[in-house]
Design a protein around this ligand. Structure first.
Ligand SMILES: [Mg+2]
Length: 319
């Protein structure tokens, strides 16, 4: 006899034309395209730590997969498939239908098949593992930044943090700005096409999930280099540009939840980087330089050093 949680699995059971074997056996089977490597990443989203317990389920479904696809984007990988492990306090069918809608709509956009997973009773907890393909040796790794590389950022930074500030009444935002910024927080779009376009262009890359300072810090640490960042060059977009300089700089540097790409490339690749941005419809902005030092130096547009005490984003906990 099927349990209620077996029945729930039906919300997530779909055709898997690309997988060699999809849902229904002990394991799914994937056959890698010859000459490719498989990129694998897992992210767990926990109620009260990564999202509020009353989060809109459709948006939560979207974001749960988006943050995983963003990790594939950061490596230059093409999404292929994912698994979902879900624990739920109770089998709430309207919630599940909306969650599945948000999750699977984004999956369809990238041809990323749900090939397996598990559901069980427990505190709301969403764990997704994604699988992507990259031509062998072409992955954009954190440890490959070179001294002299330019540092680039895609899109605009700090808008998700602006949405959080509006939700928490830290800042008074007009209704249109609030709703647009909150959508940036709840419905990030992974920069998959840009990551793929940067495969033979960039040296190192990471997705900006915890704030630029912290995430760029991972590239610097893994590559054994330092950097100078021109804080006034950071792309902030029209919503954040209306805020005071202190807010603008702080949110762009350490806001978190941007899901843009930060990457490094040699100056000889500037035209190729701009071309990758144009071809994929994403703005790319040069914001700094990799140096033979340690740690991160921040300056203003005139090269004057700044002390901002910017730290990496702390995942918020619902009050
Ligand atoms: Mg990441």
């Amino acid at each position: 006899m099927l349990s209620e949680f077996d029945l729930i699995a039906k919300y997530f059971t779909r055709p898997t034309p690309n997988a060699t074997l999809g849902v229904g056996d002990d394991c799914a089977l994937l056959t890698p395209t010859p000459g490719t490597q498989i990129a694998i990443s897992s992210d767990m989203l926990v109620s009260g730590t990564h999202f509020f317990a009353n989060a809109e389920p459709k948006l939560l479904g979207h974001k749960s997969l988006a943050v995983n696809l963003s990790d594939l984007a950061a490596m230059g990988a093409k999404p292929v498939a994912f698994t979902l492990a879900l624990s739920l306090p109770k089998p709430d069918e309207p919630w599940l239908a909306a969650f599945a809608d948000g999750l699977l709509s984004l999956a369809d956009l990238y041809g990323c098949e749900l090939i397996g997973g598990d559901t069980t009773r427990g505190p709301l907890n969403i764990c997704i593992t994604v699988f992507g393909e990259i031509p062998a040796g072409k992955a954009l790794r954190r440890d490959a930044a070179k001294v002299g590389d330019d540092i680039w950022v895609s899109g605009a930074l700090g808008e998700a943090r602006l949405g959080l500030a509006g939700m928490r009444n830290e800042l008074a935002l007009d209704a249109a700005t609030l709703s647009a910024a909150v959508m940036r927080l709840h419905q990030p779009m992974p920069r998959v096409a840009l990551g793929i376009a940067l495969r033979s262009v960039a040296n190192a890359a990471i997705d900006v999930s915890d704030g630029l300072v912290g995430d760029l810090g991972h590239i610097l640490a893994r590559s054994g280099v330092g950097a100078t960042l021109n804080v006034d060059a950071l792309p902030v977009g029209p919503m954040l540009s209306e805020q005071p300089q202190e807010v603008r700089r702080r949110f762009a540097l350490s806001g978190g939840d941007d899901y843009e790409l930060c990457f490094t490339a040699p100056p000889s690749m500037r035209a190729a980087v701009l071309n990758a941005g144009n071809e994929t419809g994403k703005a790319v902005t040069r914001v700094g330089t990799i140096e033979a030092t340690h740690g991160l130096r921040l300056t203003d547009a005139g090269g004057v050093p700044l002390e901002l005490h910017a730290t990496s984003f702390d995942h918020f906990v619902a009050a």
